[in-house]
Design a protein around this ligand. Structure first.
Ligand code: DQA
Length: 144
């Protein structure tokens, strides 16, 4: 099973930004951790990150017919990007939205996700492990 994991803006700053919310693990450390977890789950995982909305749209489009699913943490774009929502709808692929933090426990403006409506579901609040849960959920969805 081939999965594209797309990370949005500022996630490259993990390990530096707001460690009390996002933890100590750096972005590179997270990627190698997730790659190891993917191997165990027999997932062929590609990970990309962009701080630019249009690039994320292009990543989603490029996944069409090349991947079996998309795991996406749109970061701040979650809360207002209709372009990312539309891209996910356009490719009509299995997608799971992930957040490191529990967005429902934070500021009011983070409680709303524009993009989750284009996904099978949303996993949030479990730190980096949220991504592992999303990979497991993708495996469970295989063949459905
Ligand atoms: C985030 C939550 C978003 O509200 C925030 O803008 C992020 C990270 C998370 O993973 O918890 O950048 O998506």
């Amino acid at each position: 099973m081939k999965i594209l994991l797309i990370n949005g803006p500022n996630l490259n700053m993990l390990g530096i930004r707001e460690k009390n919310i996002y933890g100590n693990m750096t972005y590179d450390e997270m990627c190698s951790y997730l790659n190891k977890k993917a191997d165990k789950l027999e997932i062929d995982l590609d990970i990309v990150q962009s701080n630019v909305e249009g690039e994320i749209v292009t990543y989603i489009q490029s996944a069409y017919k090349k991947y079996d699913g998309i795991i996406i943490n749109p970061a701040a774009y979650t809360h207002y990007s209709i372009a990312i929502y539309d891209a996910l709808k356009a490719v009509n692929m299995k997608a799971i939205e992930v957040h490191i933090s529990n967005i429902h426990k934070r500021e009011e403006y983070r409680k709303k996700s524009v993009t989750a409506g284009a996904c099978i579901g949303q996993i949030c609040g479990f730190g980096i492990f949220s991504y592992v849960m999303a990979m497991e959920a993708m495996k469970e969805q295989e063949g459905r």
